[in-house]
Design a binder for this molecule. Structure first.
Ligand code: SAH
Ligand code: SF4
Ligand code: F3S
Length: 459
């Protein structure tokens, strides 16, 4: 293998689409390129290498990549006229799903690298410099990738940390099992090492990531007896790290929500009272057609058990309207489920037909205007619930982790335990600390409050 290191003084611009795992992957790609002399540019105009870290989940997300590539083609041509070479890489889930089709459709692309192969970016860059034409790497080598992601730099007091990747659930609407591959868990020691290094750099809150994060399972760390650990044990173990004061995880699947994890919500105070637990739909017929593996009743009962363990927990979910065969009665069942559960926040989408998934070939596709109507009705209900949840915090005192300066002078923006943004007047020196805040009001997207007292440092 050639060492591509001699290149110095280059810069990379990375555009991230899609989910938090892509955000994490983009950070890691920037980290991998640093030893090659790449600094991060804040616009493609200033970059020698542009990476589009793409998402394939819905048609709109995938098509956005091609419109961005259209613009980059012009930029690359302008730069070439000025004697400057700019390389373009497509990474992420579109790269995995479409592979060589991308360079056929957009010949401007020099590299196509899947989400399980990006640790080999340095080699790919060296190859594009050596070889004429484009290069492609869409192997599934998750474990090898995790091994190669050594050190990383923290950026602020919160950080994502991937602990699990891939999906074996095969919901009939979803491309993720094809783009991210089978479920793979990282081992405890590697996760702890990354969490410790983040804590040493001032990170106070970590969000454990996985496509099905609660399917995480691994042998206990060396020297600890017992059976395989689940996510509950992992959270309790990470909570022992000095400096880490808040732990979150996303995204969970209802089928993998085990008793150990539910108990952790009751017993581990560093585990924040917020849970993103997508259900997608409220009709058993549609849940079955989606291959979700549970009924609406099972989900509602599960929520009851979680609330019994942690009564103040804020729930969030994902919903799809207009899955093939969804009648208006089926849709009413989704609304009824939302009424029964009560969400603090949620994401909802119109069903998008994805090539290669079983749903795309199903009969009774729902008309677009019907999907629009259903989405509008669902979103207005979810928005009312979100506002009600936020309103109900007025008058309470919440610990807030200050993450960044606000737009107004003297203002900081932080997060409540329930993942709400909180705007507070506070000195810059409070950034990265946790303080008690009295909640005094709500704005459409945040809470507003006054600082009561700074907490003593945890360690
Ligand atoms: N692993 C997670 C979700 C990953 S995708 C889970 O199982 O919950 C994030 C969300 O995108 C999904 O929860 C779903 O609501 C939505 N989604 C996935 N495929 C979709 C499609 N074909 N059309 C519309 N929304 C989709
Ligand atoms: Fe997609 Fe279903 Fe897997 Fe989630 S569980 S990533 S929705 S297939
Ligand atoms: Fe999109 Fe891939 Fe994430 S399809 S949602 S970037 S796992």
């Amino acid at each position: 293998m050639t060492d591509p290191r001699p290149k110095q003084g280059k810069s990379v611009f990375i555009r991230t689409y899609g989910c938090q795992m892509n955000v994490y992957d983009s950070e890691r790609m920037a980290g991998l390129l640093k030893p090659l002399g790449y600094t991060v540019a804040d616009a493609p105009e200033a970059a020698d290498l542009v990476i589009l870290n793409t998402c394939h989940i819905r048609e709109k997300a995938a098509e956005k990549v091609y419109s961005d590539l259209g613009r980059l083609k012009q930029l690359k041509a302008d730069k070439a006229n000025a004697g400057v070479d700019m390389k373009i890489a497509v990474a992420g889930c579109v790269a995995q799903a479409e592979g060589a089709e991308i360079t056929r459709r957009a010949p401007v692309v020099d590299m196509v690298v899947g989400p399980q192969a990006y640790h080999r970016l340095p080699e790919l860059i060296a190859r594009t410099a050596r070889e004429c034409g484009d290069v492609l790497d869409t192997d599934f080598a998750v474990e090898e990738k995790f091994d190669r992601l050594a050190t990383r730099e923290a950026d602020g007091p919160t950080a994502f940390l991937t602990v699990q990747e891939g999906c074996d659930k095969f919901c009939t609407f979803c491309v993720v099992p094809y783009t991210r591959g089978a479920e793979v868990s990282r081992n405890v020691d590697a996760i702890v090492a990354e969490a410790r290094s983040l804590a040493a750099q001032g990170v106070r809150e970590i969000t454990l990531l996985g496509q099905n994060v609660n399917a995480w399972g691994s042998a206990p760390p060396a020297g600890v007896a017992g059976d395989e650990w689940g996510l509950g044990e992992l959270c309790r173990h990470l909570a022992k790290i000095d400096g880490i004061d808040r732990i979150r995880f996303t995204t969970s699947h209802p089928r993998d929500m085990d008793d150990g994890l539910i108990a952790a919500f009751a017993e581990e105070e560093k585990l924040m009272p917020y849970l993103h637990l997508p259900v997608q739909a409220g009709s058993d017929k549609i849940l079955k057609a989606m291959n979700r593996g549970h009924t609406a009743e099972h989900y509602v009962k599960l929520i009851e058990r979680i609330r019994a363990a942690r009564p103040d927990i804020a729930l969030s979910g994902d919903f799809i309207v207009g899955f093939p065969g969804e009648t208006s009665e089926d849709f009413e069942a989704t609304l009824a489920l939302v009424e029964a559960v009560g969400y603090a926040s949620a994401y909802s989408f119109k069903y998008s037909r994805r090539p290669g998934t079983p749903g795309a070939a199903m009969a009774k596709q729902v008309a677009e205007d019907e999907k629009d109507d259903r989405l509008a009705r669902l979103q207005s209900l979810l928005e009312a619930q979100r506002q009600a949840f936020n309103q109900a915090r007025i008058g309470s005192e919440l610990p807030v982790l200050f993450e960044r300066p606000g737009r107004k002078e003297g203002q900081l923006i932080g997060r409540s335990p329930y993942l709400q943004s909180v705007h507070v007047e506070a000195p810059q020196s409070c950034l990265g600390t946790i303080a008690k805040v009295k909640i005094e009001g709500v704005t459409p997207n945040a809470l507003a409050g006054a600082m009561l007292k700074r907490e003593e440092a945890a360690a």
